[in-house]
Design a protein around this ligand. Structure first.
Ligand SMILES: *Cc1c(COP(=O)(O)O)cnc(C)c1O
Length: 440
């Protein structure tokens, strides 16, 4: 097979152009997959997911030793097959709801390797997680700590917890995903003294076993310095806790947030290099502070799955408004990818056949009755694009399926996984009957 020269639209190594300019994803024709399974269609490259898990695990073990862990933040994409892959790869997971706990347990995921997050765990959530044996709770605030202590006492157990600390770092990223600042719905702040207070409180409660601390400052970060700053603040806090109340921290989770490449101008993050740089820095910082480095964990979500998937759409109406814009409408939209509508997220959208024609800039829009239903503006697509053509939105593995909705009673697309041997349905296409399954 003759491959045409790699264009800058080929933003991940699992993408290439085959004969006739046909788009190949992990070696498979996207057009053939679209024909076989219909569109819109989420296609995941299983090998890419596994490769990312291994890259993190190897780097984290090398940098921080064998006790360190990598927790996949499963809100990025949560379905049974993915939890099975995480189990097979030896990953831990983050869960944030009963639904995620249930899905993981249905994949036989060992829940003692799960961290239960959320800034508002209900009593029901807390019971459910205790009964299912979730290993650690990441506790957001003092009120929640009291609630967990009271509930866990009914079970005659102790619950291991990490406390979510707000280090006060603004990662200079989208405001909507910046969570490390003091004014945040997440965590207890160091600056206000609440972090120290909740630490003392945790140590005083009979049914709580304090393992350590957690922080997560933002998402889609490319700058290593954010992690160095964050870990520096956290290690100083840990040293302060030791001096002030004599508590030795056993575990520190430094969150996720590693950036991925949505468009050619963004870099591809070198996982190994980044993790090892953080490890070097933290070892030095810990020895300066005269403390041992606790057990370290990371929680990447997006960077495990984002570039392991694309979404294939079929083009419908193409509308040219003279003197204004040209629109390409597709058979999906904000229901399967709300990220542009939510925060103007950039994407690369490309034709599944590229015959080298001249292009024109289009707004690629969805099919919902909502003018904000836009996938991307100014997308270069062939001038001849028309009804029935297949286009692909790249880097769509994270926060797409997991954020999908049924707005306008539109069924959600299926998830097809591909690996070296086969392609298979991991999540089937929702039907219109499914949409009424809850109506009584
Ligand atoms: C969302 C989230 C993550 C994962 O963030 P990514 O940007 O997807 O890597 C990790 N930890 C916590 C607490 C989160 O809320």
């Amino acid at each position: 097979m003759v491959l045409t020269k790699v264009k800058n639209e080929m933003i991940c190594k699992n993408l290439e152009r085959g004969d006739g300019g046909e788009l190949l994803f992990a070696g498979r024709s996207v057009i053939q997959l679209a024909k076989k399974y219909g569109t819109p269609l989420y296609v995941y490259d299983e090998e890419r997911i596994r490769e990312k898990c291994r890259a993190y695990l190897q780097a984290v073990k090398e940098g921080f030793g064998d006790s360190s862990e990598v927790m996949y933040a499963s809100k990025a994409a949560s379905f049974k097959r993915l939890y099975e892959i995480m189990r097979e790869e030896g990953m831990g997971i983050d869960v944030v709801s009963r639904g995620e706990i249930y899905a993981a347990s249905m994949a036989d995921f060992p829940l003692e390797r799960a961290y239960f997050h959320s800034n508002n765990k209900t009593d029901e959530d807390i019971r459910y997680a205790i009964e299912r044996g979730v290993g650690h709770f990441v506790v957001d605030n003092a009120e929640e700590l009291h609630a967990i202590d009271a509930i866990v006492s009914e079970y005659g157990k102790k619950q291991k917890v990490l406390l979510r600390i707000t280090p006060g770092i603004d990662p200079h990223t989208y405001a909507a995903v910046a969570t490390g600042k003091v004014d945040s719905k997440f965590g207890s702040a160091i600056e206000t003294g609440q972090a120290m207070e909740i630490t003392s409180l945790a140590l005083s409660l009979d049914n709580i076993e304090l393992e350590g601390f957690h922080c997560h400052v933002g998402s889609q970060l490319f700058d290593e310095d954010v992690y160095l700053m964050t870990s520096s603040v956290m290690l100083e806090f840990i040293a302060d806790v030791k001096d002030t109340i004599g508590y030795m921290t056993k575990a520190l989770d430094i969150g996720g947030g590693f950036g991925v490449r949505y468009i050619a101008s963004q870099p591809e993050l070198d996982i190994r290099k980044t993790v090892l740089a953080i490890a070097d820095f933290m070892k030095r910082k810990a020895s300066e502070l005269g403390i041992g480095l606790p057990k370290i964990s990371f929680e990447p979500g997006r960077s495990i799955v984002a570039d392991a998937a694309l979404t294939a759409y079929t083009v419908g109406t193409v509308k040219r408004i003279p003197g204004y814009k040209s629109y390409v409408s597709v058979d999906g939209g904000m229901t399967d990818n709300p990220r542009y509508a939510l925060y103007g997220a950039p994407y690369t959208i490309i034709p599944c056949i590229d015959k080298g024609e001249d292009t024109e800039a289009y707004s690629v829009v969805g099919r919902c009755c909502e003018s904000g239903d836009i996938l991307q503006e100014n997308v270069p697509l062939p001038k001849s694009i028309g009804r029935g053509d297949i286009i692909a939105c790249l880097t769509s593995g994270a926060y797409h399926y997991s954020m999908a909705s049924n707005y306008n009673k539109i069924p959600r697309p299926p998830i097809v996984m591909i690996n070296e041997k086969e392609d298979y349905v991991a999540v089937r296409r929702e039907t219109v009957e499914d949409l009424l399954a809850l109506d009584v």
